[in-house]
Design a binder for this molecule. Structure first.
Ligand SMILES: NC(=O)c1ccc[n+]([C@@H]2O[C@H](COP(=O)([O-])OP(=O)(O)OC[C@H]3O[C@@H](n4cnc5c(N)ncnc54)[C@H](OP(=O)(O)O)[C@@H]3O)[C@@H](O)[C@H]2O)c1
Length: 189
């Protein structure tokens, strides 16, 4: 999430709807809010003045469980979603059990993206990928268009497969969002 100076943020986006950073009372679902990234994002959003951040631990809401995720979105109806939840184990653990990591992370990604699209209230969704899915010689800052255009850094192959499966789901869901609602209604990054 880029650092923003709140005073420089425009009050409204071009189409008249408030920009994310000026929509501070809107409900934000921060998936993985107790994780390393999620904790930092939560702290930053609170410092920026966001007053309606919703989080659930895995014990409260298992994001691999599709019916539970849909029920949660139908009940909470968030306007923004930040997906910082995932099975994370480092290169060694993910190389030892790649199928477990891939299926669990793909389930989480597909369930959250699908529920966000279906519930109809989500205006913007941020999916946290990783720079490791991009080619080692991608331009900086890395554009999304660089995905799958070259080889990853040596040693990152398994990690790339794991994360790219989520990225592929993300790209498919983004297309589905645009085809179904149009970019203005449900926009994923
Ligand atoms: N850390 C980095 O530098 C970095 C860089 C780029 C991308 N990422 C990506 O960002 C995401 C978060 O990374 P992280 O380092 O913050 O990981 P982390 O500290 O392990 O946090 C992961 C979070 O996801 C939650 N979670 C996992 N499985 C879940 C499930 N089935 N249902 C609900 N919640 C679940 C965990 O909740 P519980 O604690 O309740 O299990 C935890 O809060 C990952 O997808 C990672 O690949 C991380």
């Amino acid at each position: 999430m880029p650092a923003h100076n709140a005073r420089q943020v425009p009050k409204a986006a071009n189409n008249g709807t408030p920009s994310f950073l000026s929509d501070k009372s809107a409900k934000v679902f921060l998936a993985g809010h107790k994780g390393m990234l999620g904790t930092a994002i939560h702290r930053r959003l609170a410092a920026l003045g966001f007053t309606n951040i919703v989080g659930r631990t895995r014990a409260e809401l298992d994001l691999t469980c599709e019916p539970a995720v849909h029920k949660f979105f139908d009940a909470e109806q968030p306007r923004y979603v930040i997906l910082a939840a995932g099975k994370v184990g480092g290169l060694h653990a993910s190389s030892a059990a790649p199928a477990d990591f891939m299926t669990e992370n793909l389930r989480i990604t597909v369930n959250v993206l699908t529920a966000a699209r279906r519930c109809g209230t989500v205006r913007k969704l941020l999916f946290l990928a990783t720079s490791a899915v991009y080619p080692v010689d991608a331009p900086q800052p890395i554009p999304e268009s660089a995905l799958l255009t070259g080889p990853p850094a040596p040693g990152n192959e398994w990690f790339v497969v794991l994360r790219s499966s989520s990225m592929a789901a993300k790209i498919l869901q983004e297309r589905a969002c645009i085809y179904t609602y149009g970019r203005a209604t449900c926009n994923s990054i």
